[in-house]
Design a protein around this ligand. Structure first.
Ligand code: ARG
Length: 594
């Protein structure tokens, strides 16, 4: 049985199909000022038939037989047909939806049998977990949750950057200058310092670049000492990342990382040559311009010219992309793209995904265009999407890993939690509980600040806005959920045995709340289809506002009859459930109390 609004939409399509023979209609929510629920603009259809849309709408309205549908009336404004839901049928269908789906209300089995791989978070080892990787983590997690809720098999894969020329640099630096004890004590900062020092010294002495390449070559060819050093960098970094993931409450299905594909790189390059796609070419090698990502470029090095270099490329000019994709260096070492091509082959073979999403910053747009095109030429048929996002800016300037000028993510998260703690200071709660709430609220606020905006926009961190209990913020929604739940808890005892009659819910505030609740499944669907978690965030704010209006205008426990009280209480319960589910889809917890 479809959700009430899905049913309503398909009935409209059936009605219009019966009347016109066509199915090409767009269904929108009716504007608030109209006494209607769904609207169908007829302009495109009228144009196709060379008819006047207003006249066409009038004629159609006459012809439609609403008998047996969820609608009680159809009206015409301009070139629009407006459908009004019959309140009784709408209410009982919606209540039946909740009964049937229970806690899964809003989800579906639309994705059953389909697999989607979501590549997200993907920080680079031996570097701090950046605020950009925070965005990838938070957005990626929400998208994983959303697709799972729609019945997909989701493989969340953390493609950590643990391979590449930057490790050659780091090994060189470690070998030449490191104090192993200091590194063990504070690995990420020390490794970062070594990496920065490498760049400073390499500017004076280009021979260092050569030496670093040597180290990376050793690594790729399986040299034991190089591998051991690399493994220790990886272990130290992973410990650090795990702390962040624990704080954020994020888990992955796979953490394969770039190094995992090491023994699959050669065959990718061979295949690219064998199929005639690749060729050798001379390019001017620049540090950092060779490839995006993995610290080979995303770390923001300015690009110091070194020399002309022979590299294997896949030219893409014929396909409208001017820059070729670089897949191998003259010394036989791999690049970010080589590893990504191998990853793609592996994912297809292992999971047969219908889609692969790459949740990675907007600065890699060109790179993913190149990658997807090259992969397609090599026979990839999985739908690949670069789900990109803008930058995060903190008050006081843009962040950058360049030259070691980084803001450590943990500092940002700690700040969020301590600000939440301050907000809670005068609450009458046990210290331990306060601490737990501060974490949930602080982390929730950071996640929400990110997820509530259109993905592609930059995010400006505004602490006051983020923790504002009234505004468009996580604490506002968390507080709303906690409040509704406590209303339910207090009232439940008094209305246990009473029956429910959805037909009694006729107040405007009740109907608005019902309509909001009915909209949830569609919001989840659109958020998946467009990979935009912010649609859920925006929806939740509306739902919370509708609930506030309802609760301030309509008595629940003091309702005229026990049945009415129980029915309104059911409405509260539905609201609490959807608020919590919506927040959970965004990866945001709801505390017990606040
Ligand atoms: N580690 C990369 C970076 O920080 C992101 C990797 C994204 N995923 C991928 N398959 N390329 O820029």
């Amino acid at each position: 049985m479809p959700y009430v609004l899905d049913q309503a939409r398909s009935q409209i399509l059936d009605l219009l199909h019966a009347a016109t023979g066509g199915r090409d209609f767009d269904i929108k929510e009716a504007p608030a000022k109209l006494d209607a629920d769904l609207s169908v603009p007829l302009f495109a259809w009228a144009k196709q038939r060379r008819e006047n849309p207003v006249k066409l709408a009038g004629e159609l309205a006459e012809k439609l037989d609403l008998g047996g549908t969820l609608f009680s009336a159809v009206s015409v404004t301009g070139g629009f047909l407006n459908f009004k839901l019959d309140a009784d049928r709408f209410r009982s269908h919606l209540f039946a939806d909740f009964d049937r789906e229970g806690a899964d209300y809003g989800g579906s089995q639309a994705g059953a049998g389909k697999t989607i791989v979501i590549d997200y978070s993907s920080p680079n080892i031996a570097k701090p977990f950046s605020v950009g990787h925070l965005r990838s983590t938070v957005i990626g997690q929400a998208i994983c949750n959303l697709f799972r809720f729609r019945g997909y098999r989701v493989i969340g894969d953390n493609h950590i950057g643990d391979w590449g020329t930057q490790f050659g640099k780091l090994m060189y630096a470690y070998d030449s200058w490191a104090d192993p004890e200091a590194v063990a004590a504070d690995p990420i900062r020390q490794l970062l310092a070594l990496y920065v020092r490498f760049h400073e010294e390499a500017e004076k002495d280009p021979a260092l670049e050569e030496a670093a390449r040597g180290w990376f070559q050793r690594l790729e060819s399986g040299d034991a000492a190089a591998l051991e050093l690399w493994q220790s960098f990886r272990d130290l970094s992973w410990k650090d990342f795990e702390r962040v993931y624990r704080l954020l409450g994020v888990e992955f299905d796979e953490v394969l990382g770039e190094s995992f594909y090491n023994d699959r790189l050669e065959s990718v390059v061979e295949e690219a040559f064998a199929s005639g796609l690749a060729r050798w070419s001379e390019i001017e090698a620049r540090v950092g311009s060779v490839a995006a990502g993995s610290g080979e470029g995303s770390s923001g090095e300015s690009g110091t010219p070194v020399a002309m270099e022979k590299v294997a490329i896949i030219p893409l000019e014929e396909h409208g992309i001017e820059t070729p994709l670089l897949i191998q260096k003259s010394d036989g070492t791999s690049l970010y793209a080589t590893r990504d091509l191998a990853t793609l082959v592996y994912r297809r073979q292992r999971w047969h995904p219908a889609q692969i999403l790459y949740v990675v910053g907007g600065e890699q747009q060109l790179y993913f265009k190149q990658l997807f095109k090259a992969a397609q030429l090599m026979g990839n048929d999985a739908k690949c999407v670069h789900v990109w996002f803008g930058l995060i800016r903190l008050p006081g300037g843009k962040m950058s890993t360049r030259k070691g000028r980084v803001i450590f993510l943990e500092e940002v998260l700690d700040e969020a939690v301590s600000r939440a703690r301050a907000v809670l200071a005068d609450r009458d709660l046990e210290e331990a509980e306060k601490e737990a709430i501060a974490r949930i609220v602080g982390i929730g606020a950071v996640k929400y600040a990110d997820l509530s905006q259109t993905r592609t926009k930059d995010v400006l961190f505004d602490w006051d806005k983020m923790l504002n209990l009234q505004g468009d913020s996580a604490p506002y929604l968390q507080y709303a959920a906690v409040r509704v739940r406590s209303i339910v808890r207090r009232a439940e005892a008094k209305t246990v045995a009473a029956k429910i009659d959805p037909g009694l819910l006729g107040e405007e505030a009740e109907l608005s709340l019902l309509r909001s609740l009915a909209g949830f499944p569609q919001v989840v669907e659109s958020a998946c289809a467009s990979y935009q978690p912010h649609l859920v965030a925006t929806y939740l704010v509306t739902l919370a506002r509708d609930f506030s209006a309802f609760y301030s205008q309509v008595p629940v426990l003091k309702a005229d009859s026990l049945v009415l009280a129980a029915t309104r209480l059911a409405l509260c319960r539905m609201t609490a459930q959807v608020l919590e589910r919506g927040l959970a889809l965004l990866g945001i917890e709801t505390p017990e109390r606040m």
